[in-house]
Each structure stands twice: as C-alpha cells, then as structure tokens.
Design a protein around this ligand. Structure first.
Ligand code: SF4
Length: 181
C-alpha cells in the first residue's frame, strides 16, 4: 500500500506549533510508517508538491508570500488543517493589525535599530495590510486550536486521518484538549 503524503507549513508563526508536532514522540514513528513528510521546515523540498493528502499549517497569513503559498497549498491538498491559534484566529501576528504597515516597519527597522536603520524592501515579501487566519483566505477542513495545540490533540488528528477517518474533536478522549491559548 502506498504511503500517504503529509506536509507541514510555517507561515507567520513562532515555530511553537511545529515543536508541539515533534512532541507527539513515538506517535511520530507510527505516522512515518504510514506517511511520507513531503514538504515543510522538517524536510528539504523547495516547492509544495501536487497530490498532498494532509497539510498542517502553522501561523497566520501575513505577507504576499503567505497569501500565494496558502492558495497553492489548498489547490494541492486534500485535507487542510489550521494548526494552532495563529492559523485559527490570527492570534499573536494579528496584534499588528491596528498599526499601518509603513509605521510598523519604521518602528521596527528604523526607530528600533541601532545600525542599518532602513526598512527592508528588496527580497522581502510585502506585508498584507492585516495578518489573518487561514480560513479567511482558503477553506480549512479542521481547526486545531491551542498556543501551541497539545501534542495529544495533534497525534489524535493525524492518527485518525491516516486511518481514513475524519477526526471528531468531540471524541471524549480529546475534547478536553480542544482549547485556545
Ligand atoms: S499558535 Fe502559539 S505556538 Fe503556534 S505559532 Fe502561534 S504563537 Fe507560536
């Protein structure tokens, strides 16, 4: 039987959700028996591949790069998971949303810098006016809240999906793990 293709993506997040994914410990070995990790910060693929079965997306959509990437991912993914509060609600990245982006960049890169006081332009993706949750841009199939989500919740979702079932987060074994923050 061919293995499923699983991808992970890091948009505007702190990598804490990926740390929680790694914290599923021995379940990771079970997952790797049934699936290949085909894209994400844990592997060296340069382009998001076609025909991905499950993608876990950490972080809000904050830049033009995030915006284009998440649309490509949606087209190429059967089951898309918003992993963590930044992906689910905007959370920490959206705290900038009341500040105009030009003012934000000046504060961070000019007023807040001791040397090279210049906002980046070349080679840096432009910020969107607002950092938004993934579901504002594309359809999401499952939301796993938490900052970060509990490893047991991630393990449950992956195990169910790789067994061919849609994860039911009202299941008594995980319902108490479905929490923001
Ligand atoms: S939800 Fe929390 S742990 Fe995950 S990327 Fe956002 S701030 Fe980091």
């Amino acid at each position: 039987m061919s293995k499923a293709k699983v991808a992970t993506v890091w948009l505007d997040g702190c990598s804490g959700c990926h740390m929680s994914l790694l914290d599923i410990d021995e379940v990771l070995i079970e997952v790797l028996h049934k699936a290949d990790i085909v894209y994400g910060p844990l592997v060296d693929a340069q382009e998001f591949p076609e025909g991905v079965d499950v993608t876990l997306t950490e972080g809000a959509v904050s830049s033009q790069h995030d915006y284009k990437l998440i649309q490509q991912i949606r087209k190429r993914t059967k089951f898309l998971i918003a992993l963590g509060d930044c992906a689910v609600t905007g959370n920490v990245p959206s705290m900038r949303n009341t500040i105009p982006t030009k003012r934000l960049l000046e504060r961070a890169y000019v007023e807040g810098a001791d040397i090279h006081q210049r906002a980046p332009s070349d080679g840096v993706p432009a910020l969107l006016r607002h950092a938004v949750p993934v579901q504002e841009i594309v359809k999401v199939d499952l939301h796993l809240p938490g900052c970060p989500p509990k490893p047991a919740l991630i393990a449950f979702a992956l195990t169910e999906l790789l067994a061919g079932r849609k994860p039911d987060l009202t299941n008594a074994s995980v319902a108490s793990l479905v929490k923001f923050g």
